[in-house]
Design a protein around this ligand. Sequence first.
Ligand SMILES: [Zn+2]
Length: 244
Amino acid sequence: MKNDSKIARRKLLKLGAVALGTGIASKVIDASAKKAQAKETLIALQKLDQNSTPDEILEELIAGNKRFVENRPETPNQDDRRLREVSTGQKPLVSILGCADSRVPIEIIFDRGIGDLFVVRNAGNIATPEEIGSLEYGTVILGSKVLMVLGHENCGAVKAALEGKPLPGQMGSIVAAIQPAINRANKNDSEEFYLETIKKNVLLQVEKLYSSPLLYNLVTEGKLKIVGAYYSLNTGEVIIIDQE
Ligand SMILES: [Zn+2]
């Protein structure tokens, strides 16, 4: 009886060793698959640099959003190698003015990583002097060739501007910056009014960016493309809204 239990224990230990061995083998396979995937991502990203055109960069940005929407992210440039690579300098090819809304995390929705995007966020994605200055830095100094203003579905800042109620503290300055967009939206269709105001607000902030001579000059020289876009909270999709 004693011997039997010993044999049984040995058998169990053996089985454990086999199971452990299998675990190691599958981990090795996992690691090599990840390595191959990382290599592919690197190849895809190497297509883009400061010599790429704004259109090529915008296309790649939207391709990243498509990967996010289709739930097949590559999570590029999110490893320790990239961390060290950009520790001494950054060359983000895209600058973005987005809303501070917690449901619009910029790097995640574009499937990008460290050092890829120069991001400025505030409630309502409004272009105040500080934001314009930051985006001038992102483009003129750091070399971004695409500048996107990204509004989104169910934006609370736009909603507050539509409601027009007095707000405490300094929140009133946000709705004041959005106010002109309300006047531009078509009031005949009340259901679409909120959505349209969100989009008009994006275009209003794009206009404010064009008021910067530095940004305007980059655009006329073909070195920068400024675009407005809309993010759907439901689908995760980003749609360009100011192009013909
Ligand atoms: Zn918002």
